[in-house]
Design a protein around this ligand. Structure first.
Ligand code: SF4
Length: 286
């Protein structure tokens, strides 16, 4: 049986850097708090927990003081930094530079448009950590749109600045922008394509990869937005695509009469997990 791991899968540079900062800090101290899962991948969260990384939620964070906390690649709203300043919390800021730049752009446009009655619209997932960080740049005023059926929440008689969560798909973003253009006849609509190419560029590559094998094993955490999107793409190209989060979910029956298996994953899936999946499959099918 041919078993191949997709060379384009694995952590994006934003996640690589966040994990590097966590490991570097844990070499100097025994424990480090991380606000939310460092990456949407249970296996990686578990690996770092064994090294001393303690994942905390927002309720826990907002009761802490005199501690060191890592901020993950998704970024945070200003309220997280304000709290740290007032409660002697040292932040290790691993916000991805791409997200940071987007936060700054949204903050700047919100501040400059304050008196011009315009609306910041973000194409993204409501409640997602990155989106919360972006909405925080507008004092909570940005409108989050998940799909075109939610466009009625926008006032098309007022100017609009449209941005995207970095991990959304380009196609979905441009479809939404096209529908908004049709409606925005009374006021200007500025479209800012802020989809991260670390994700977008994987789409054509993963399409080609999925077509080359009889079976695709897609590895991702259940909470990963780009994991869900990339899995759907694999499945649309190769209907024999299986989703797993953990190695234990591999089913021996899947490999019956299969000659080739491709293994791929999200930008939050560690490469070593993909290699372990490959090795497990090899052992099941000597
Ligand atoms: S997907 Fe892009 S924006 Fe998001 S963390 Fe990775 S590199 Fe940064």
């Amino acid at each position: 049986m041919i078993i191949e791991v997709d060379i384009n899968s694995g952590f994006c540079f934003g996640v690589v850097e966040a994990v590097r900062k966590a490991e570097e800090t844990l070499q100097q101290q025994e424990q480090l708090y991380c606000l939310g899962d460092i990456v949407h991948n249970d296996a990686e969260v578990k690996r770092l927990a064994q090294k001393g990384l303690i994942t905390i939620n927002y309720d826990q964070y907002f009761t802490m003081k005199d501690a060191t906390v890592l901020l993950r690649a998704h970024g945070e709203p200003p309220s997280t930094y304000d709290y740290a300043r007032k409660h002697n919390i040292k932040l290790i800021d691993a916000t991805c530079p791409v997200v940071l730049k987007l936060q700054n752009r949204i903050h700047t446009v919100h501040e400059s448009d304050k008196h011009q009655n315009s609306q910041v619209v973000i194409f993204g997932k409501k409640g997602h950590a990155e989106v919360n960080g972006l909405v925080g740049q507008t004092d909570g005023k940005a409108i989050v749109i998940e799909n075109p059926s939610q466009l009625d929440s926008i006032d098309f008689t007022r100017p609009i600045e449209l941005y995207s969560q970095t991990t959304k798909d380009l196609e979905g973003f441009f479809q939404l922008a096209a529908e908004m253009k049709v409606r925005a006849t009374a006021a200007p609509l500025k479209i800012h394509d802020t989809v991260c190419r670390q994700v977008a560029n994987r789409i054509p590559a993963i399409r080609k990869f999925s077509a080359r094998f009889e079976l695709i094993i897609f590895v991702s955490g259940l909470k990963s937005s780009n994991g869900k999107m990339l899995f759907d793409i694999c499945k649309s190209v190769n209907s024999n695509t299986k989703f797993i989060s953990l190695i234990e979910e591999i089913d021996k029956q899947w490999f019956k009469d299969v000659g080739s298996v491709g293994i791929c994953g999200a930008t939050s899936t560690p490469k070593n997990l993909l290699m372990e999946v490959a090795e497990t499959i090899r052992q099941l099918n000597p």
